[in-house]
Design a protein around this ligand. Structure first.
Ligand code: PRX
Length: 643
């Protein structure tokens, strides 16, 4: 029998305890979240648990006046009891390459060494360090090393393009970049450093690039700017004092897409994020001392930040990092890794489940999967078919499924079942976590009472993990999240509260599309498309996609009109895709492109996306009112040419 991880306060084990915790966190949040923070190492305790103004100002603070370092809580705090316990297991892309295991003591030493290398390279508290790295253990180490010395990490998923990196470097004002020679993705090896080199042509303020040797590739190093990590780390001390940081000092910036303009840098701070990551991780997955937790997200996304790295380490758990993809060398890879490392809590995205469902069941049946205890889902609504397949074939009908709803901006899970504690129902995220006060709003901002109701999902009170600002532009954060409905945080999602009070997330109500659990703004993709010399105008919408959840459908007006020949059309499409890959990255490639001669616009020139969405969804008759269109004939042409 494994014993409870730690007798921390605020650990919920029964439905009654959940209700009691929910009541206390709602009625006396200061007492509840004060108690939850007691178990951590503080250099100085906080003066006030909650402060600032939640909404509309968006200036919430948590544990203000406190001093701490999150890495002391992730590492040093565990050394006495868990020094020899595994902190990280690294499973490489190629199953025949040896995996790596790091104990808490080894990880502590590696983080300290990396922190010293950063210091030796002039990195100071408050500096922004951009990380563009494959899923290698050193990515986790580098993030913690930044946190150890108070530098602010900004991880950019290593599938983004040079232009996307440059935008983020410039917006964050990063002066140091950490990268690697190349990365493995399934059967492919992809250069990484050369993408950074290209990006940095327009980032003269980056004075140092630290390069990790991952693939032993010959790599161009720019004299005076680029250094190899393995050379820098030689003979460097394995201890490094942790910087005492203010509770509200930024911990990281993570870029995410919104409905307007360029991606914004979501800022999370030290103490509130720490408490939220730890609390949500332990309670949702009901973590026990012997658990091996595997979150399949890349560290480049918030799910990776909170549930591959910070949550598990704060809780003293063992976390598995996976470099590869679910289908390499075959569609049994996930299940093989679960058996190999005896994974107990498994957390993945519906898109991965759907893609693996499509493969022959033999890939699953060859493995026992008997170590599994809890299954999780994140990033997009999980359809009932996928839920049942996951339950039956992976969980063998005995593992609770936690369908966790949250966002980059919320820092951690907000609405979800707590495994085997609160109800888990297909296609329902479930009940809110203690401290989360979700409401449904009508368009005019009034609260919709009662069950069996649908509306805009908003949150009525501050919680420790709430977004603090968007980097360099607080007004943008205020306008996006806190000003639309004063008194609330606006999520951008629509939701339904079912007859039992469980929440079902319907999807975005703004111009954000969710492709395989990755967020893109339609405007962001349109801006990219419009960079193509042949493109006059474009409009992008989402449409239902069997595996990805949503696909990207782009309507494009070309300079020379609709191409006359098939060859010409193919050439335009290829060129357009190339542009999106260069501007954002492969992950934002449109699934369907329709070349049109006009877009449906109102007399005031506004594109009627409603019509474009309906056409993309396959609706041909019920397009609603088209009488306000400047040129209704455009719609017939679009319908005729639909992909
Ligand atoms: O629309 C919701 C969807 O993903 C959005 C947040 O995306 P991102 O910030 O990239 O974070 C993804 C991982 C937390 C939300 O606004 N979403 C996330 N989880 C779920 C979900 N939709 C339905 N069910 C979920 N469990």
């Amino acid at each position: 029998m494994s014993k409870p991880l730690e007798a921390k306060p605020a650990r919920i084990r029964t439905l009654e305890e959940y209700h009691a915790a929910y009541r206390q966190a709602t009625e006396d949040p200061d007492a509840y979240w004060g108690a939850a923070a007691e178990a951590f190492t503080w250099r100085k305790k906080w003066d006030t648990v909650r402060g600032g103004e939640f909404s509309p100002a968006g200036t919430s603070t948590w544990y203000a006046g406190g001093l701490l370092n999150i890495t002391e809580n992730c590492l040093d705090r565990h050394l006495a009891q868990r020094g020899n316990k595994l902190a990280l297991i690294y499973e490489p892309n190629d199953p025949h390459t040896r995996h790596l295991r790091l104990t808490y003591r080894e990880l502590y030493q590696q983080v300290c060494q990396f922190a010293n290398v950063l210091k030796n390279n002039g990195v100071q508290k408050g500096d922004r360090v951009l990380l563009y790295l494959p899923m290698m253990p050193q990515l986790a180490v580098a993030m913690l090393a930044c946190a150890r010395i108070g530098a602010i990490h900004s991880v950019v998923f290593a599938g983004f393009s040079a232009t996307a990196i440059a935008d983020r470097v410039q917006d964050a004002g990063a002066t140091v970049v950490i990268t690697a020679d190349g990365l493995n993705r399934g059967p492919k090896q992809i250069p990484v450093k050369s993408v950074v080199d290209e990006a940095l042509l327009s980032c003269p303020d980056v004075r140092r690039v630290i390069v990790l040797n991952h693939l032993d590739w010959p790599t161009h190093m720019r004299e005076g700017r680029d250094v190899w990590y393995h050379e820098e780390v030689e003979g460097v001390e394995k201890t490094c004092p942790a910087e005492a940081l203010a509770a509200e000092d930024p911990l990281f910036i993570l870029y995410t897409s919104g409905s307007t303009g360029k991606p914004k840098g979501v800022v999370h701070t030290q103490a509130g994020y720490m408490v939220w990551a730890d609390y949500t991780f332990r309670n949702v997955f009901q973590i026990e001392e012997n658990d091996v937790h595997w979150c399949t997200a890349d560290l480049g996304w918030v799910t990776g930040h909170t549930y591959c790295l910070y949550g598990p380490l704060l809780a003293g758990a063992t976390s598995l990092l996976f470099e590869g993809v679910p289908t390499y060398p075959d569609a049994g890879r996930f299940w093989e890794v679960i058996d190999k490392h005896q994974v107990t809590t498994f957390y993945t995205a519906p898109t991965a489940i759907r893609s693996l469902m499509a493969a022959p069941l033999d890939h699953v049946l060859s493995y026992s999967l008997s170590s599994l205890r809890v299954l999780g889902s994140v990033g997009e609504p999980i359809n009932e078919e996928a839920w049942h397949w996951y339950d039956l074939h992976i969980g063998k009908g005995r593992c609770p499924i936690v369908d966790t709803w949250w966002q980059t901006e919320t820092g951690g899970i907000m609405i979800s079942a707590l495994a085997d504690v609160t109800p888990s129902v297909p296609a329902r995220a479930g009940l809110p976590l203690p401290g989360v006060l979700p409401v449904l709003l009508a368009q005019d901002g009034t609260e919709i009472e009662g069950n069996d109701q649908e509306g805009y999902l908003a949150i009525k009170a501050s919680w420790p993990g709430v977004i603090r600002t968007t980097w360099g532009d607080h007004e943008r954060a205020r306008q996006t999240y806190f000003a639309p409905y004063p008194g609330y945080y606006f999520t951008g999602d629509g939701a339904r509260r079912d007859e039992n009070g469980l929440f079902r997330i319907i999807g975005r109500v703004d111009d954000v599309i969710n492709v395989s659990g990755h967020r893109f703004g339609t405007a962001e993709i349109e801006n990219a498309l419009n960079q193509n010399e042949h493109v006059v105008e474009s409009a992008v919408v989402g449409y239902p996609h069997d595996v990805k959840g949503q696909g990207i459908y782009a309507y494009i007006i070309c300079q020379h009109g609709v191409p006359a020949t098939e060859a010409e059309r193919k050439m335009f499409e290829a060129s357009i895709i190339e542009t999106v890959v260069a501007e954002i990255g492969k992950i934002a490639k449109p699934d369907k492109i329709q070349l049109v001669s006009g877009l449906p616009k109102t007399r005031s020139g506004k594109i009627m996306r409603r019509i474009l969405r309906k056409v993309a969804e396959g609706e041909t008759t019920n397009l609603g009112d088209v009488t306000t269109l400047l040129d209704p004939a455009v719609v017939d042409e679009i319908l005729a040419g639909k992909k």
